[in-house]
Design a protein around this ligand. Structure first.
Ligand SMILES: [Mn+2]
Length: 312
């Protein structure tokens, strides 16, 4: 029983360092921070740290700890919400004594001494809540702060309970989490507020997306465009779901130019697109995936692949 083994390891170690993926989203922050706060509250004598790059737009959820290399000696390392090792933020995750992966993406890179992967879970935050439920009778404690973090992760990864990954379990856990006295209004305001420049870029996207045929659309965002709107590529990526309610659209791609690559964001309303992501050095979920290309000349080839899966 994996949850059992995870809790045994948590009990066993005095130092626990929790990682998550690069380019973090609310589920990365929520599962990582939520787990940290559950452990800290349940075992006050343990040293618990959260590490990784700080994402400015998510600082309201949690701030990362500065952890010296020596801290990894004899530590338990847990990585949340990260399918493959290259995407783990802070590559020192290998320096610990024991490594656990907790994730809901397809388990293509089953790293760690122990892993718990549930692709049926809406989010890793949902899994962390499940871990808490499992350990509750044995003394695990959930604070309001932890509940808010997990709720934020679930809301983020389900697109506010909209995506098909949302199950009756998701709603049931969410309904338990909202009993904790955090302000949902304040949380939503912080999660969904947009910088004026972002709204303008969204306007540009709505004006300029191209429907190619077979229910496929594309959006190209160049470095110059990002400079014009004074936005980072990571911020532009957040707009990828904005095409979701266009009638007739089955799948679409955002191509966002960065310094060294063009980041591809793929979304679908049915056809499976993570195979395409894999072909272009990426991966992800069946309906939401990401990849990288290195020239604008490759755009047509990605779009042709998208059209092919939309025709099948
Ligand atoms: Mn996730």
């Amino acid at each position: 029983m994996t949850k059992d083994e995870i809790l045994l390891k948590i009990r066993e170690y005095e130092k626990i360092i929790i990682h998550r993926h690069i380019r973090p989203d609310p589920d990365a922050y929520g599962s990582q921070g939520g787990l940290a706060k559950i452990i800290q509250e349940s075992f006050p004598a343990k040293q618990v740290f959260t590490v990784g790059d700080n994402e400015e737009t998510l600082l309201f959820l949690n701030t990362m700890d500065e952890v010296p290399d020596e801290m990894y000696e004899g530590a338990l390392v847990i990585v949340c919400d990260t399918a493959n090792q290259e995407r783990i933020s802070d590559q020192r995750y290998k320096k610990g004594d024991y490594l656990i992966k907790i994730d809901h993406h397809p388990n293509e890179d089953p790293y760690g001494d122990l892993y718990w992967v549930d692709t049926g879970a809406s989010s890793t935050s949902e899994m962390i809540y499940e871990l808490y439920l499992f350990g509750k009778s044995n003394g695990l404690k959930l604070t309001t702060e932890a509940a808010e973090l997990l709720y934020a992760g679930i809301v983020g990864d389900t697109g506010r309970f909209l995506y098909p990954s949302t199950t009756d379990k998701t709603f049931s856990y969410a309904s338990e989490l909202v009993k904790y006295p955090f302000s949902r209004n304040e949380l939503y305001d912080k999660m969904y507020e947009m910088k004026p420049n972002m709204v303008k870029l969204k306007g540009y996207i709505y004006q300029n997306f191209e429907i190619i045929g077979n229910g496929v659309a594309k959006v190209l965002i160049s470095k110059e465009m990002l400079a014009k709107y004074q936005l980072r590529a990571a911020e532009a990526s957040l707009l990828v779901s904005s095409l979701g309610n266009i009638a007739g659209l089955k799948a679409w791609a955002f191509f966002i130019e960065e310094e060294d690559q063009i980041r591809v964001r793929l979304r679908s309303k049915g056809p499976v697109i993570n195979g395409i992501a894999k072909k272009y050095e990426g991966g992800g979920h069946p309906l939401a995936a990401g990849a990288s290309i290195y020239s604008w000349d490759t755009v047509d080839s990605v779009i042709a692949d998208l059209e092919a899966v939309c025709t099948e």
